[in-house]
Write a protein that binds this ligand. Structure first.
Ligand code: CA
Length: 219
């Protein structure tokens, strides 16, 4: 393995973030505000935020979906990359988590771009489909309950336009996906990874950034 991927220790990761990521002051402040949170590990890394932002710009995304907001760093990263009339349909069920992000969304001036829906994501996505908005979204980021991923991917494949991009977080699950497991979360990720590998509806690449990120482009 060592000849394929660098061993990114703390020193090298710090260098990478220092030289490879441009953060808005509100992003830095939101990371600081989340650092001491007991669930801080649920926040994506700043390098992942920068990747999502760049992808949004590369594909010219305007309408985006986020499933799993936590304290709002990824929504902030994407919103900053969107044009003025862009939108993040931000789905989460935890009001306390998302409340941590809101002052920082305001500080960055992106609150009007973030349409926060506090409800089960499937409910929100199904309502979008029922409202005839299939094919109207450009980008989706999935980072929520792992057993729900398959349902989220299926909804996003309907809601995205051809050429739209889905980013799926935690697909390597600390390495546990590569071994037999009885964990429901691990098995859900294993099943999804196996399904997407040969799914004719998408082009894909799985990247070892963060805890593993799959990029799937809708054909
Ligand atoms: Ca995650």
């Amino acid at each position: 393995m060592s000849d394929r991927y660098l061993n990114v220790d703390d020193t090298l990761y710090h260098y990478l973030v220092e030289h490879g990521v441009r953060e808005h002051p509100a992003q830095i402040a939101l990371r600081d505000a989340t650092r001491s949170h007991p669930a801080a590990g649920m926040q994506i890394g700043p390098d992942q935020g920068a990747l999502l932002a760049l992808l949004v710009k590369v594909i010219g995304a305007k309408r985006t979906i986020e499933i799993g907001v936590f304290t709002g760093y990824s929504a902030l990263s994407v919103a900053l990359a969107l044009p003025d009339d862009g939108v993040v349909l931000a789905c989460d069920i935890n009001e306390a988590y998302t409340a941590i992000g809101q002052p920082h969304w305001r500080a960055a001036g992106v609150t009007k771009k973030i349409d926060l829906r506090l409800a089960p994501a499937l409910q929100t996505l199904d309502a979008e489909l029922a409202a005839g908005r299939a094919g109207t979204y450009d980008f989706a980021f999935i980072d929520a309950d792992k057993t729900g991923y398959d349902g989220y991917v299926e909804r996003c494949l309907q809601l995205l336009r051809p050429g739209g991009l889905i980013a799926i977080d935690n697909v390597l699950w600390s390495g546990s996906v590569a071994k037999p497991s009885t964990s429901e979360d691990t098995r859900a990720l294993q099943a999804l990874n196996a399904k997407l590998k040969d799914d004719p509806r998408i082009d894909l690449v799985m990247l070892p950034i963060g805890d593993g990120l799959t990029l799937a482009r809708k054909r």
